[in-house]
Design a binder for this molecule. Structure first.
Ligand SMILES: *Cc1c(COP(=O)(O)O)cnc(C)c1O
Length: 458
């Protein structure tokens, strides 16, 4: 057999022309979203005031397995896709493992992450619908950057509520968004009612993703021709991100490979849901049985220590409620947490699959994550995003287990992005100033206390 190349790219013709909707093959569906006003399952009419019509349809569709990727979206994808499937020969040698390690590298675009895959789709549908502006939130800044890029390409004005701690720590992220005409506002802000309320209660807050979401939704609902778009968690985002998994599965097929283990970092679950989609389908249909592992930070452990319950997707409690693994919408990760993946909840699709035993989850402490990041950077010459380094850590740990057992497992992980805007965190690690923080059960309980009480349900 010919040697597997270091970097394998599909040709343009081989690129997927459709997204895959994993729900269509799930044996049991995720619980329906609830309308917070009526506590009844949310309908298409309930969510269309907030989302673009086409995206609302995708959100609610649990039966259509494949959606055509619109031509214009495919065209923009081709400017940075296919992304390479890399065989980590150098990392394998350094770990002295018999395992074969592959990673799907999504950092090769200006946003520096996989988020552009969904941003393009969402900006496209907004333009198609004739919307005149969009709002969103961003945590570490990748989503805001990705959406700014997509919105400027399609000519739609965008307001980005950026979690205050990131706004202050990452001025260059802000500048990139502004380069693409994004209007960036630190959250919580005085521009919304929910922001003013949160500031009144807690003037020194460094903000949270949930809070930024509330502000973005409020502005969208109060502005004519404006809708809110979200970069993770939602079913529609996992649908768009399936491009990652579809490309990976096709590339592996061409290379004559199939993964024993698929690993991804999990914030809201979009890259993981996208990467695993075709492999999870095989698993659900009994065609293969890969292990699928979600990796999350020990300081924000929604799958490993959260509750499977209905919760709001935002701190302001104005979005529909979703049943998911959650730490409570009131949960705000410790300020020393530098590694991204700060969201309190998890994609309802992934939550259901995890609950039903199709998936494993591990949590890792951030110093071990950065140790893996630096090790990986030196071997593979890519400076990973801290988020991605969670997956690197778990992949290295699995490869080291193979070294002990002598098994030559095939491991695939998602390298979601690059870390150039995270050098403050890298410096803290390199200077030995980074600490680990694991919330106590009592601290987590405070977040759980914020879970909604729903008569007859929870
Ligand atoms: C946003 C982000 C993540 C986490 O988001 P998911 O929705 O869980 O995929 C991971 N890696 C990078 C580089 C990101 O920008």
């Amino acid at each position: 057999m010919t040697k597997i190349p270091h970097r394998f790219y599909l040709s343009e013709e081989e690129m997927p022309k459709q997204w895959y909707n994993l729900r269509a093959d799930m044996k049991e569906q995720p619980a329906p979203m609830l309308n917070p006003a009526t506590l009844k399952p949310a309908t298409l009419e309930d969510i269309t005031p907030v989302f673009c019509t086409e995206l609302a349809k995708q959100e609610m569709d649990s039966t259509t397995p494949y959606f055509d990727i619109p031509e214009e979206v495919q065209e923009m994808y081709k400017m940075y896709r296919p992304s390479p499937l890399v065989r980590a020969y150098s990392l394998e040698r350094a770990l002295d493992t018999p395992a074969k390690i592959y990673y799907k590298f999504e950092g090769n675009n200006t946003s520096g992450s996989h988020k552009l895959n969904s941003a393009i789709a969402q900006a496209y549908y907004a333009k198609e619908q004739g919307l005149t502006s969009l709002t969103t939130e961003t945590g570490a800044g990748q989503w805001g950057t990705a959406l700014s890029e997509a919105c400027s390409y399609f000519g739609i004005p965008l307001t980005v509520y950026m979690v205050k701690v990131s706004y202050e720590q990452k001025p260059f992220r802000k500048a990139v968004m502004q380069t693409f005409d994004g209007n960036v506002i630190p959250s919580p802000s005085a521009t919304t009612e929910v922001g003013r309320k949160i500031l009144a209660e807690n003037p020194n807050t460094t903000g949270s993703l949930g809070c930024a979401i509330s502000e973005a939704v409020e502005t969208a609902v109060n502005t004519p021709g404006c809708k809110y778009v979200l970069g993770s968690v939602l079913n529609q985002v996992l649908l768009h991100q399936s491009i990652i998994g579809l490309e990976t599965a096709k590339a592996m097929e061409i290379l004559g490979e199939y993964p024993d283990i698929v690993i991804g970092c999990a914030g809201g679950g979009s890259n993981l849901g996208g990467l695993i989609a075709p492999f999870m389908r095989d698993k659900i249909l009994g065609k293969a049985n890969p292990r699928i592992i979600a990796v999350e930070p020990a300081s924000c452990p929604s799958l490993t220590r959260g509750k499977y319950a209905y919760d709001f997707c935002d701190t302001g409690k104005i979005t529909p409620m979703a049943k998911m693994y959650t730490l409570g919408s009131g949960f705000i990760p410790s300020a020393n947490h530098a590694g991204g993946l700060r969201y309190h909840g998890m994609s309802p699709i992934l939550s259901k699959l995890y609950h039903d035993g199709y998936m494993e989850a591990v949590s890792v402490e951030q110093t071990r994550v950065f140790e893996a990041a630096v090790f990986f950077a030196k071997k593979e010459t890519i400076l990973p995003a801290p988020e991605s380094a969670h997956a690197i850590r778990a992949a290295m740990d699995e490869a080291l287990k193979c070294k002990e057992t002598g098994e030559a497992k095939t491991i695939v992980f998602g390298l979601t992005g690059t870390g150039y805007f995270d050098m403050t965190a890298y410096s803290a690690y390199l200077e030995g100033k980074m600490t680990d923080y694991i919330p106590s059960d009592e601290e987590l309980q405070k977040g759980f206390d914020s879970l909604p009480k729903i008569p007859g349900i929870q």
